[in-house]
Design a protein around this ligand. Structure first.
Ligand code: CUA
Length: 336
């Protein structure tokens, strides 16, 4: 039996090149606080530019003074004038500048921390090593559980209710607003107000173990109508298999024991340890935004998960036959 091949070393090189590209294009990327698409991020970016501007002016003044000092004749200076210069430049000027920046920064806090109006959409996000459980309220009364993917309607505030099941994580969508820690045993809250549609990326901003760097998620801000349609579609349960091979895939999923950890609503699979897979085929990515979601990567994920994501709790399934990997991944791929 030949188990699906591991990703080649070339993939690692490609990943490094992609990382380098991301760094270079960082400021305008989907994960940049300097590319704001939300009310909170706009305020934070403005504060950053004021501070960067202030720091640049101070740096230029210091460079100018250093050059001036280099060209001075080494003679004794007037004591009183020198003392005034040192006190003025070394104590009074920094105190005034830092006080202005502090007042400006603190002034932003009430708006950033304000609770949203009643009736605001509330999304619960639970942090796990190393993925995100996302629960939306649904018309049926039972929350709709998703993973590693968030969709938001543009132009409306949304409140995130944040908790953690294991260690401290930190929830951060740089393009939309500030970050908030997710602390085991406590509930923290964050209100965001997306102002532009687009595809963004969120990340865990607190070191939380071996695969902390692989704990990301995608964020799509869409118009309200599209959001309502999407949520209604995500609220539906089991997708009836449309072909014999898909039916075989569903049976294989249940026989192999995947349902002990994963839920597929409307089937016997009701596990709560791993992500809900009811609509996994509609997601952008696999493994908390590690790989594009396609059949090939689904097969690699099932066969080699522990090698792909260090420390992950899901065991690699090495005992399936090649055609079974295909059947299983084909089944998961069509769960849209
Ligand atoms: Cu979760 Cu870092």
């Amino acid at each position: 039996m030949k188990v699906i091949e591991m990703p080649a070393e070339g993939d690692a090189v490609k990943a490094k090149l992609i990382c380098a590209g991301v760094l270079i294009s960082g400021c305008s990327s989907s994960q940049s606080a300097l590319n704001p698409a939300g009310a909170g991020a706009e305020q934070i970016a403005r504060l950053f530019w004021w501070m960067a501007g202030g720091a640049t002016i101070i740096w230029l003044v210091m460079v100018a003074l250093s050059i001036y000092a280099l060209h001075l004749n080494p003679v004794a200076h007037h004591r009183q004038k020198s003392a005034l210069f040192i006190i003025g430049g070394g104590a009074i000027a920094p105190t005034i500048i830092l006080t202005i920046l502090l007042i400006y920064g603190l002034n932003l806090l009430p708006a950033l921390l304000a609770r949203p109006p009643a009736g605001t959409l509330q999304i619960e996000v639970e942090g796990y090593q190393w993925w995100w459980k996302v629960s939306y309220p649904a018309q049926s009364g039972k929350p709709v559980e998703l993973a590693n993917e968030i969709r938001l309607p543009r132009g409306e505030p949304v409140e995130f209710i944040l908790t953690s099941k294991d260690v401290v994580h930190s929830f951060w969508i740089p393009s939309l607003g500030g970050k908030v820690d997710m602390i085991p045993g406590r509930t923290t809250r964050l209100t965001l107000h997306p102002t532009k549609t687009g595809h963004f990326r969120g990340a865990c901003a607190e070191y939380c173990g071996a695969s902390h760097a692989y704990m990301n998620f995608t964020v799509d801000v869409v118009e309200k109508e599209e959001f309502d349609e999407w949520l209604a579609q995500q609220s539906t349960g089991r997708i009836t298999p449309q072909s014999a091979s898909v039916e075989r895939g569903e049976a294989l999923f249940l026989q192999t024991g995947c349902g002990a950890c994963h839920t597929i609503r409307g089937t016997e699979a009701d596990g709560k340890i791993g992500p809900d897979l009811t609509h996994i085929g509609s997601r952008n990515s696999l493994g908390a935004d590690m790989f594009p979601n396609n059949r090939e990567n689904l097969q690699k994920w099932i066969a080699h998960v522990s090698a792909l994501k260090p420390g992950v709790k899901m065991p690699a399934f090495r005992a399936l036959k090649d055609d079974e990997y295909q059947t299983l991944s084909k089944y998961l791929e069509q769960l849209k």
